[in-house]
Design a protein around this ligand. Structure first.
Ligand code: TYD
Ligand code: MG
Length: 455
């Protein structure tokens, strides 16, 4: 056998370099290059029959009758909604998220539900012993579900298990970072190991018709650890998000070959596991009674669903000379700076002598520019100590000129607000009226400021 040459693989982006460098030449991350044995390609090629001896492909026309993928629902509606209606047999799914966010809990619950409905479900844990998984299931009240469990980190062992027996309807592998493929060298968790393990498991899904679910821990920068390379190997990429200190968890499709990527599933982590939250609006609003200054309510849209969220702003007067802090949680800090600048330049509101904090309640994250106006209202309200009316929602995009622009899904957002008992809305000019809501239309920030300051 030829001597194995070393190569260096970036654990962040997967690029290969022939010598070690402190910084990856491709993605510019520091200290991510790890030495791995080369020659992978030859072993891989031999095992996968890539050299010579190919077989003829069956070519079909675009118009040949192709059935839509048949799905089976898990019975957990928020999960089914996020993946586009149900699990597709023979598909590969990656569920990513921070460690401890609840991925194992979610998948154990999905597995238990499917198994209780009579489907064959196998859950392989590389992180916990079968006994630990069993104990968790008992804690979740799922101790009697006929899920088949194993603890293993060997892809070979997993595949051998189903070598001559029927493949399960669903196979959960928790997590892909603990798996080891003997096709290549290297420790579990390295990019090439994760990639090789996933490749084998994805192939198993395609060949045997099992739905394979891979759990992946996410690194700090938001990429599914190492395996950004994994995202294009699987059919569906789901991200399980939330703040660990908050109860709420959002399951979001980042990619879906069998459905849209604009739906989310909302869950709450409780003592007995994850419970579904079919009406998220009520959940992201903190208990509102008396209107207080510095808060406003924004009707957000998640997929096709409106979600009402509360924005909270706090301004603190500073002694002169100190540099004021600006901090945003759940909202882009660059966008906060922009709204502050437009308020200053176009509406005469000066925040120069104040520290500014902005928070989206409930651990929710907003990236919709339609929230600009609600952010501005919360900021002005905090600075001027004038509350936004309690029964009012605010929405609109702010242009650098100070103009207020219309936003998408206005009707849907306003109907949700009316449904939850809001009676008025501050909106961009030209908004179509909605039953039950009194609209105040604004063309620019100055008119919003005048409304809030009561001028
Ligand atoms: P887990 O599913 O192990 O996370 P992951 O697989 O993403 O690493 O979730 C662990 C966390 O969830 C842990 O901090 C405890 C919490 N938890 C609950 O609050 N209630 C429960 O019923 C369970 C099982 C876990
Ligand atoms: Mg886990």
């Amino acid at each position: 056998m030829a001597k194995l040459k070393s190569r260096y693989v970036c654990q962040a982006c997967g690029s290969v370099s022939s010598r070690w460098q402190g910084q990856c030449g491709d993605c510019s991350e520091w200290n991510t290059l790890v030495q791995e044995a080369a020659q992978v390609s030859n072993i891989f090629a031999a095992k996968h029959n890539l050299q010579g001896g190919g077989r003829r492909l069956q070519l079909v026309g675009l118009d040949s009758p192709a059935a839509l993928p048949e799905r089976f629902a898990s019975g957990i509606a928020e999960f089914d909604r996020a993946i586009g209606g149900g699990i597709v047999p023979g598909s590969a799914m990656l569920v990513g998220g921070d460690p401890g966010i609840g991925k194992s809990t979610l998948l154990l619950q999905v597995a238990a539900r499917l198994a209780s409905d009579g489907r064959d479900v196998v859950y392989v844990s590389g992180e916990e012993s079968a006994e630990q998984v069993r104990l968790r299931a008992v804690r979740l009240g799922l101790g009697t579900a006929p899920v088949r469990l194993a603890a293993s980190t060997s892809v070979r062992d997993i595949l051998t298990t189903f070598g001559d027996s029927a493949a399960p309807a669903m196979l959960v592998v928790d997590s892909i970072q603990t798996m080891h493929s003997d096709l290549i060298e290297g420790a579990p968790g390295t990019v090439s190991q994760v990639r090789a393990s996933a490749q084998e498991l994805v192939r198993f899904a395609k060949e045997r018709g099992s739905a394979v679910v891979l759990v992946g821990h996410v690194t700090k920068d938001g990429a599914i650890a190492g395996p950004r390379v994994l995202e294009h190997m699987v059919d569906t990429v789901l991200s399980f998000e939330g703040e660990r200190s908050h109860q709420y968890r959002i399951l979001r499709a980042m990619k879906n070959r069998f459905g849209g990527t604009d739906e989310i599933g909302v869950f709450a982590m409780e003592g007995h596991g994850l419970s579904e939250v079919p009406n998220p609006s009520a959940l992201f609003l903190t208990n509102r009674s008396e209107p207080v200054s510095g808060t406003s309510v924004f009707p957000a849209i998640e997929g096709s669903r409106p979600v009402l969220v509360e924005l909270q702003a706090l301004t603190v007067r500073l002694a002169s000379g100190a540099t004021p802090r600006r901090a945003a949680v759940g909202w882009d800090s660059g966008r906060l700076a922009m709204v502050l600048a437009v308020l200053e330049a176009r509406a005469g509101m000066s925040f120069a002598a104040a520290e500014v904090y902005l928070n989206v309640a409930g651990g929710y994250r907003l990236s919709d520019p339609a929230a600009d106006l609600a952010v501005a209202a919360a900021l002005i309200s905090a600075l001027a100590e004038r509350p936004v009316p309690g029964e009012c929602v605010v929405l609109g995009e702010i242009a650098l000129s100070g103009e207020i622009r219309p936003v998408a899904h206005l009707g849907l957002r306003l109907k949700e607000a009316a449904k939850l008992g809001f009676t008025s809305a501050w909106v961009p000019k030209g908004t179509t009226p909605v039953d039950g809501l009194r609209l105040s239309e604004f063309t620019n920030l100055r008119s919003l400021t005048e409304q809030l300051l009561g001028r």
